[in-house]
Structures are given as C-alpha cells and as structure tokens.
Design a protein around this ligand. Sequence first.
Ligand code: GLA
Length: 383
Amino acid sequence: MIDSIKEKFNELFEGEPVIVRSPGRVNLIGEHTDYNMGFVLPAAIDKAVYYAIKPRDDKKVNLFAFDLNEGWQFEVNNIGKSEKSWANYLIGVVDQINKSGKEIMGFDCVFGGNIPIGAGLSSSAAIEAGLAFALNSLFNLGFDKLDLVKLAQRAENQFVGVQCGIMDQYINIFGKKGNVLRIDCRSLDYEYFPFEFDDVSVVLFNTNVSHSLASSEYNQRRQECSSGVDIIKRQYPHVESLRDVTPAMLEENRDKLDGVIYKRCKYVIEENQRLLNACEALNNNNLSEFGQYMYGSHQGLSKEYEVSCPELDYLVELVSGREGVYGARMMGGGFGGCTINLIKNNYVDSVWQLVKENYKKKFGIEAEVYVTSINNGTEIIEL
Ligand code: GLA
C-alpha cells in the first residue's frame, strides 16, 4: 500500500515526500457519550490512511485520492467547497489552519488506505487529523496534540458540516499501540489502559449497510440530549451537560421530561457508569465482566437511544452467549457499520463462519470480518 502511494507520488510530482500513517479506530464502550461530555474508550487500529506529502514553494495544493484515482487542486488562499466530497475533508483542514492565523505554503499530496468507508471506523477523522498532523510538522506550525484534535474536529463540524463529537479525532492523534484510551470529554483529560491479551482478539463484523438516516438521527439525538439538560437545569442550575446529571436527578425530573427524552438521557447517564465499571474490570483483567458491559451498552443503544438497526441487533444476538465470545455491541454512530466483538483467538474462525452464513441467509448481504490490532495514533513513518 505505502509503496503504491509513493509510486503514484513520484509519477505525479517531484521530490521525496514524507510518509504519514493515520489510523482508523474502534471504540470498546462509551457510545454517543462524547458530545454529552462523558467518557469514551477508543483505540487506534492497524487499518489506516497513508499520506505521501511534500511542501511546495507556491500556494498551490495538489491532492490525489489514490483509491478513487481522482485529483483536486486549489489555492491555500482561495478556499471553497469542492464538488468532490472526499476533497472537502482536506480543504476543511487547510481552511482551519488559515482561520487559526498560521500560514502555510501549498503542497503536493497523494493519500489512500484500507479503512473501509461507512463502516464506522472513522475514515473521515483519519483523513482530517492525518492531514492536520502532516501540515503541522511540514510547516512547523507549533500546534500541540490537543490543538490538532480540535482543529480536525472543527474542520468536520464547520466545513464538512457533520456535528460529530471529539472522540474520533482525539484517538487518531493520541492512540498508542497495545492500549485503549479513556477520554474524559468534559475535561479532555485521558488515561491509557493496557489492552493486550495474547489469546483474545478485537473482531469487527461489518453489516455492510449504512442507513441514510444516520446523520439526521445523529443531530436529532444531540438535540434530544440538550433538551433534557435544559429541563433538568431549571432545578439544578449547575448542570451543563448530561455528565453533570446523576440517576437520582434524572428520576426526580422524570415527570417533566417527554418519554423519549427521558430514555435518551437515561441511556447516556448509564453508559458513562458502564464505561467506568468496564475500566475497573479491565484493571482486574476480567474480560468476562468487561464483555457484560458491552452487551449492556448494546441494549441501551438499541432500546433506549435507538440508534441500532435490525442488521446490527441480529449480529449481536447471534454471537451473544456463544463459547469463546466475551462481549459484543454495535460500534460508532449506528444505523449500520460494524459490531465490535471480543473473541478468544481459537474461536474467531468458527464465530465468523456462523456470522457469515446466517447473516447472508437472513439479509441476503455478505458480512465482512476484520480482526484488528491496536496500533499507534498518527505518526510519521518515513522522513
Ligand atoms: C461518530 C462521531 C463520534 C461519536 C460516535 C458515537 O463516530 O463522529 O464523535 O459521537 O459517532 O459514539
């Protein structure tokens, strides 16, 4: 992969590029909690986007998307939306650098990778944060890691127009081989937890569906949570997000909340607690207990937060309680994409066979499997 991207660079441009690797991510538990100022537990993985990139001495930017075999050009000082949707993830980053008051020259860039698109593995954050990281080092912009995370998130929020939380960009920059990262999305503090079990794999089953309501429902969930906060705030003025709401405070306000809003808030508050419990279980090397919290997370996402879909529910139900499976849940925004499963190595093949055959029978769609390993966040791999 890296060689083909370098080859393409040499064919299109002059000089020796820097190579940057920018990973996709999984999230073990803590879903739809980031924009509610709660906790998440993601890890960067071995699937990644690779950049071959080199500064120019004028203001031209030449982009080339290797996987699509398509290019796009623009000028650093003349930012506008591209008709090619992939280019907007990159233009948005340059736009944010301009807005920060720092100056860059143009650059030549070929990028491509193996993060499946629409599978909930954050290929878009990998593109944004990877470019932000690359430009920061090529032009010595002096942004620290957290600046890069926020810059990449703003690119997505403001330029691409998706109101995502901070998890995906954060783990992309802060990921560490062999570790999951607990991010406190209110304080933006973090803590690494070793996650290396010789006999257990993190396995993703891709439903290969991505229902089109995903982004409108995502924004609606954000809205529902903030309506809940507005009501609870009347009694408890210090409350700024669901993170500040205890289960008791929620119950006290139950009759003032619409039934749907109550369910959404309940899920988020419980998910934060589940995540903290899951980290305790991890500290005790207790994967069976950890897996139970994953199932709990899925139930909440499916029944209370209502961001699952029949395909995801089916895949979780199918594997739950099977020998060798510790836990399973839908992962990411929902309405399609992957389930994440913790499976003993010597059961991975048989569970995959079960999933493959039954999923095809039930939905007429081929599922896919990715056995992932936990890798570093974005890094320069060749100077
Ligand atoms: C998407 C968003 C994240 C997060 C998850 C749900 O991946 O980009 O910020 O909200 O959904 O946990």
